[in-house]
Design a protein around this ligand. Structure first.
Ligand code: ADP
Ligand code: MG
Length: 243
């Protein structure tokens, strides 16, 4: 299958700080890639380059046919193809759940408000909280808020979903309700790049796991590879801390 995300010798600097070093990575349509690695290794930066929240410093990055090293790239069109879910849910506190979800489809996609509401209710149903449509974020648990954030991403009908440690701010008892939604999305064929240390999730649905350290991809392979026979010493050391 064709690559929907392609990094070729990508480097990223913040000032003099070299945070992504010669990243080469191709992600195919429908693939689920889990990214692991120590704090500060460049995982979030790599994800953020995919939807142009950060610009690459050199190399080539092609996402769904958009060349991100082209200064004329249409960032708004690109971002409509990519949903992103963060560690902190970033919902608008003064808007209801339904309004949070319909905002971008109405504003960005110029969708008819009734149509947007229909779609929002569909995705709320899908993430299991249809009854919370009129609630405000503060009235929801962390797990419910994160599921709203996922529904909000899906309502834009993206081709790619990016997740940056989506469960690491949650109380332990809420982690699974969010992972379950992500697992069903993965099984439905969504292209997903997920930064997470939830290796149970990786084992169940990841096609590939990428281990990053100090701005480099150190090792990649199937989840089984990482559980059974990681090659690099740095990978073993890291896994011994999280497993
Ligand atoms: P990770 O997600 O793996 O913890 P990040 O991608 O957030 O790592 O960060 C990689 C490195 O880049 C870190 O050293 C971090 O301090 C630095 N960094 C991240 N964002 C910025 C920024 N906007 N400005 C300057 N340095 C940054
Ligand atoms: Mg991060």
């Amino acid at each position: 299958m064709r690559a929907v995300i392609k990094f070729k010798n990508v480097n990223k600097y913040f000032g003099n700080h070299h945070v992504l070093k010669d990243i080469n990575l191709e992600i195919r349509e429908g693939e689920v890639v889990v990214v692991i690695g120590p704090s500060g290794s460049g995982k979030s930066t790599m994800l953020r380059c995919i939807n142009q929240l950060e610009k690459i410093s050199s190399g080539e990055l092609i996402v769904d046919g958009f060349r991100l090293d082209d200064p004329k790239v249409n960032i708004n069109l690109l971002r409509q193809e990519i949903g992103m879910v963060f560690q902190h849910f970033n919902l608008y506190p003064h808007k209801t759940v339904l309004e949070n979800i319909t905002l971008a489809p109405i504003k960005v996609k110029k969708m008819d408000p009734r149509e947007a509401e229909k779609i929002a209710r569909y995705y709320l149903q899908k993430v299991g909280i249809a009854e919370k449509a009129d609630a405000y974020p503060s009235q929801l648990s962390g797990g419910q808020q994160q599921r709203v954030a996922i529904a909000r991403g899906l309502a834009m009908k993206p081709k790619i979903m990016l997740f940056d440690e989506p469960t690491s701010a949650l109380d332990p008892e809420m982690v699974n309700e969010v992972l379950d939604v992500m697992k069903s999305l993965a099984r439905e064929g969504m292209t997903m790049v997920v930064v997470t240390h939830e290796m149970g999730f990786a084992r169940e649905v990841a096609d590939r796991v990428i281990f990053m350290d100090e701005g480099r991809i150190i090792e990649e392979g199937t989840p089984e590879h990482f559980f059974k026979e990681p090659k690099e010493e740095r990978t073993r050391l890291f896994l011994s801390k999280i497993l």
